[in-house]
Structure formats: structure tokens, C-alpha cells
Design a protein around this ligand. Sequence first.
Ligand code: F6R
Length: 612
Amino acid sequence: MCGIVGYLGFQDPKKIIIDGLKKLEYRGYDSAGIAILNDGKTKRVRAAGKIINLEEKLINENFNGHIGIGHTRWATHGAPNEKNAHPHQVGAISLVHNGIIENYLEIKKDLIARGAEIKSDTDSELVAHLVNEEIQVTNNLLLAVQKTLGKLIGAFSIVVMWEKSPNELVAFKDGPPLIVGVGEKENFIVSDVQAALQYTKNFVYLEDREIVHIHNNDLKYYSALGAPLKKQITTVDWNTEQVEKMGFKHYMLKEIYEQPRAVAAAIRPHINTELHSVQMESLGFAKSNSETFKTIDRIMFVACGTSFYAAMLGKYLIEQASGLPVEIDVASEFRYRKPIIPKNTLLITISQSGETADTLAAIRLAKEKGALTLSITNVQRSSIDREAHGHLYMNSGVEIGVASTKAFTSTIALLNVLALQIAKDRGAMTPEQEKNYVVQLLATPSQIEGVLAYDKYFSEAAKKLQTFKGFLYLGRGVSYPIALEGALKLKELAYMHAEGYAAGEMKHGPLALIDASMAIVVVAPTDDLIEKTISNLQEAKARGGKIISIGTGDNKALQSMSEYYLSIPASSWMAHPLISVVPLQLMSYHLADSLGYDVDQPRNLAKSVTVE
Ligand code: F6R
């Protein structure tokens, strides 16, 4: 949450910072601001709302200079208005902040007692006050920041600029990501490499409790206590095209359409396409993959949101394919329920961003308790990826739409591979079964293309769906997590009430909600549970509910009871969720778009949730 861009170099800092903030807007869009230093004076402009509002204010503002900081905010402390927008300025200090200062009340009380004039409701401004106090004593930016750190409790990152020293920036990370972009005679400090990728491919990832001191062209790294550190430059090969819309109306739509390619890219490194067998690349454990999978006694998945629904699917896939017990936890609950992690447990985290605070805390706790850990992430070298013993990558390419789509399907594809590999290594699957599953998995990218061909049908149906008061999403078996994911997509994009349920649970409560204003969206492939699902739908239809169904083939029974019936390609029970989620994504996208909502940046949300 919150995006930071700092720049020191020879180009126009305003352009670089605003362009960078636009790439980070997915991290928060409650307010934005910029501060640029020129001729010993800081010029600061801030605006409530999205970056476009800031840009409008900047049209008639001329900035000179070569150093500046900018910020796009996802509000934690204080309303999303201009007063609370960053950068915060106290005396000659300007500061941007991402994260939470837990002891802010105590700091505020002390500052007020010392006569400080506090202008915003944020915890961030208090940090600027503390640095400003320290700099009066030290007259040295690096030292002032170091001394301030000792007074702060929380998970936060900051970048600080000092009017009296126009050639230096000091940044500190403890929690939310901060990455140094190393250019030719220019340097960047950003929350995500995307913000500086068009200028450099060389980055240094700060670890927790590390400081970078950018002084002219010189970069020096220190621990929070001031010990000098040596850091490695990583070259990132994502190209900037991946972060453009490429003619689509929204990033989300582009990302939905990228799924065939993303799924193929996720599984490619782990499949032998000639033999039709799984051969997972080394995951980086001390033992080989197969020794690891043979010796574990259980798997625990931990994740949040859409990634948690992927984890739910992981449980169905791994338990049924290999017989290995699997537990799942929402990351925000995991560490507070004092989890028991028995010996020989493999704990797997799923996180597109690799920065979700609760998931990161969960993997750290699991390591402390002796578990072997595996991360499934999209962003390589992200905090969670760096924390884990073993690593699996979604390879989806940059996902910018706040609502996750291609990262979800890439993850399900990876979980298919993982489940097959575990089953194979533990002797739970014959070569024929393996081949059959792999062939069906390899067919899914073109099957998803087939579903995308129905896009027009969804955009036409979307307007009619606006009239429903609420939506119940139903599924059984592997279609149950897909129903949950469908409901989440509709809630977050179209702001309509939607619930996901296991179809068999209907009669235990939700049936009371059904009347003619309620749409029932059911994911019902023709499998051995279809008859039971159809019975559940009869119960809902008898009470006036309107049915929208996603089935396979020409399922007459399902078709005859549905207002809308969409037939999607059949696949193995394992791979089918990869296909069945796509119509639900398209339905939510078009419904939200037809209502005029901001699909890429739904209200109150942010893509990378780096606070608890
Ligand atoms: C929903 C969505 C969120 C994320 C969740 C976890 O569309 O995107 O529910 O799935 O915030 O994020 P990651 O996967 O980055 O840990």
C-alpha cells in the first residue's frame, strides 16, 4: 500500500516522479503529492484522489531542480484528503512514508508537549517532525534518520529529503518494499521496479532494517544501526511494454486476455511436452524435489484473498491426487491462532505481489517453528520470495489491475503441476494417469482462448445483470473455490452483494435469501457431482431464483432451468477450474464497466497489501 518514488539525477524530476507514481497507482489512490528541491527551496504540490488530480494542479507549476520525492497514498491514519497527503514537510525536511507507525499516539503526545505544530492526522507527519528535531542536533541527514529510527515501532518505509543538502536522499525499509534503481548518473528509490524500469534495469533490493544513502552518484548502504553493508545489483528483464494497456480499455481486461499465455508460461518450466510428464524444475530446497516430497507428512497453505482461494483449490488437488493431508489458513488468522506445525510440514504461501504483510508474517512464523517453506509468487525477489526456502514462480508478467486474474489462473496451473509431481514422487499415480492429466493441462491455454471468444456475449448480458439485488455463487468440489472467487470479483469490481457457497450448503441458510431479485451463478461441469448440484438448483429455482449456469457440453437439464447457460470446454477435474473461472472474471468485469466503475482501481482497495 502506498507508492513511493524518489529521484536524484540529471533529468526533470517532476516528469520522472509523476510517470513513476502512475505505475504505482495500483498501490493506492487516495491522494498523491510531489516535493522538488531547487535553489535551497522545496516546492510541494499535493491533491486528494488520483494522480490525475495532482497532474491537473501541476499544469501551471514550473519546477527546476534535479531531486525530488513523490507518493501515492492508500489511507491508514487520517482521511484521504489533501491535508493528509504526502510528502509531509516539517522545517527543511520532506518525507514520504509507506506503512504504519504503531507507537504514533505516544510520539504525538511527546511532540505536542515539546511544542510541535502538527498539521495532519497521519502517523507519517510525526516521523518528519522527529527527523527535523534530530537534524537540528546532528546537521547530518543520514545521522538524523538513523537516530529517528530508534524511536519508531512498526512496519514502515520512508524516503527523506533535506532542503539544506540538495544532493542527497536517505531511505529506510522495514516492511513495505523499497528498491533502489541504479542508473547512469541518476538514481531512483521506488516501491516497485515498474516505477523506474523505463530508465534502468539494474536494481538493489533493500532488506528489512536497511538504509540507503544516495549522495550525488554515490550509493551507500547501512544497517539501521549504521554498520556499512555491501549490496548486490540485480538486473530485471521485464520490459516496459508489459506495463502498457496495449489497446485494451482496462489493464484488467488485458490481463484476462493474457491468461492463455500466462498459464502456458507458468507450466512450461515444469512439463516435458514430448513425454507428457511432470518434471518440476528444482525448487531450491536443500534436498531434491522428489526427496522433499517423499519425506513431508503434510502441507499447510497460507494466503489472502484470491490467493487464498487458489490455496483452497490446492487442498483439493494435492489431497485427491496424492493422499497427502493439506491444511489451509487465511494468513491474517494463521499467526494469531497459535498454529501447531508438526514436524515434516511443508508450508506453502501464495502471493502474487510477494509483499502481503500477513502472508509474509506467516512464512516467518512457520520458519521460526521449523517448517520447510515454499513460496508461490509472481514478483521475483519480493519479500516473501526472499524469505522462503523453495520458490515457484507464476511467470504471469506484471499484473496491474487491482483485481487479480491471470495470477490466479497461473497459480492454479502451478498447483496442478505441484499436485501431479507430489503424487508421482509418492507413488500415488500411474504413468498413464500422469500422461492423461498433463495432456489435459497442456490443452487449457487454447481452451481459455475458446472461452474468451464469448466475451461479446458477456458484455451484452452485463446490462441485464445490473437489475439483480444480489448474487449467490455456487459450486461443489473444485468448483467451490471458483464460486468464492467469482463472488469476490463481483463484490470488489461492481460493488454488488455477492456470496460464494458450497452448493450443498444452500439449504442450511442462504436459501432464505432467494427470491426473483436474486441471481444464482453456478459452476457445474458435468462430473460425478453434477446431479447433486442440479438438485440444489431445483430448490433455488422453486423459490423464484434466477439461474446463470456455467456447464460443459450440451447439458440439457442445466440449460432448461437457466436464464443464461454458457457451455465451456470439458477438461480433467484438476484443470477445469482454470477454464471455469474465466467467464466469472468476464462477467464481473463487464458488469462493473457497464455501471461506470473504475475497474482497474476499485474503491478502497490496493493491489499490494503491506499493512496488517
Ligand atoms: C482480489 C485480490 C486480492 C489479493 C490479496 C492477496 O482480486 O487481488 O484478494 O488476492 O490481496 O494478494 P497477494 O496475492 O499479492 O498476496
